[in-house]
Design a protein around this ligand. Structure first.
Ligand code: PGA
Length: 250
């Protein structure tokens, strides 16, 4: 039985105040929760979050990392520094980074390897565009992203990765994949993991769904057999919505 994981991707949003409010509401809920929760705020909030979550079951996550551990990369953050900030998880391969910042599968793969070397668990995002879905290439696309992201990693490392299936057409659009569409893609992802890793790794790996998850649809999405959690963008910034999504993960 895989534990559900609910991850909040704040993107370039939020504030110290929102972090305080969110942790105040979530900390008591997490005492009774069975799911795991990780919050990925912008980097400048990470160090404050590290002390604020001490003694709670809320994990600190980052949204990005560079593949190199130091150097002349203006504006970037290294894995060792994230580690010092108490970061346990980091999103890699998000479609916004792929599309807006031109990140390639190769770069994403090297980020994943750097994170693993520094004890940070990657949340590898994969997903197709609307055009790819319409032309029926979505499975092939996602399978290629998975292979480039995870094949050839040591088994221990594969076991520390989580995949987030995020159809790009569902991100921030209010158009969620139907629970059936999501569940069937998750089945395909797990089947692919069986061959590129092993049936053991595939059976254990949490596969999250992301794309317009909200307080209203979270129960249905999270009750699908192959959906092991959610990567939540917009609704994770809403203090009255995110706790309900976490509750749906229990
Ligand atoms: P959304 O974003 O929930 O706002 O659609 C999800 C994501 O981009 O991870």
């Amino acid at each position: 039985m895989r534990t559900k994981l609910v991850a909040a991707n704040w993107k370039m949003n939020g504030s110290f105040k929102l972090l305080d409010e969110t942790l105040n509401v979530l900390s008591p809920l997490m005492e009774r929760a069975s799911c795991e929760v990780v919050i990925c705020p912008p980097d400048v909030l990470l160090y404050s979050m590290k002390s604020a979550v001490e003694g709670t079951r809320i994990a600190v996550g980052a949204q990005n990392v560079h593949s190199e551990i130091s150097g002349a990369f203006t504006g970037e953050t290294s894995a060792p520094l994230l580690q010092e900030c108490g970061v346990q998880w980091c999103i890699v391969g998000h479609s916004e980074r792929r599309i807006l910042f031109g990140e390639t599968d190769e770069f994403i793969r090297s980020k994943t390897e750097t994170l693993l070397k520094h004890g940070i668990r990657p949340i590898l995002c994969v997903g197709e565009t609307l055009e790819q879905r319409k032309s029926g290439n979505h499975e092939e696309m996602v399978i290629a992203q998975l292979g480039k992201g995870l094949s050839g990693l040591a088994v221990d490392d594969q076991n520390r990765c989580v995949v987030a299936y995020e159809p790009i057409w569902a991100i921030g659009t209010g158009k969620t994949a139907t629970p059936e569409q999501a569940n069937s893609m998750h089945k395909i992802v797990r089947k692919e993991l069986e061959s590129l890793a092993s049936p053991e790794v595939a059976g254990k790996m949490q596969i999250l769904y992301g794309g317009s998850v909200n307080a209203e649809n979270a129960d249905t999405i999270l009750s699908q057999s192959e959906i092991d959690g959610a990567l939540v963008g917009g609704a994770s910034l809403k203090i009255d919505a995110f706790p309900l999504i976490v509750a749906a993960g229990n």
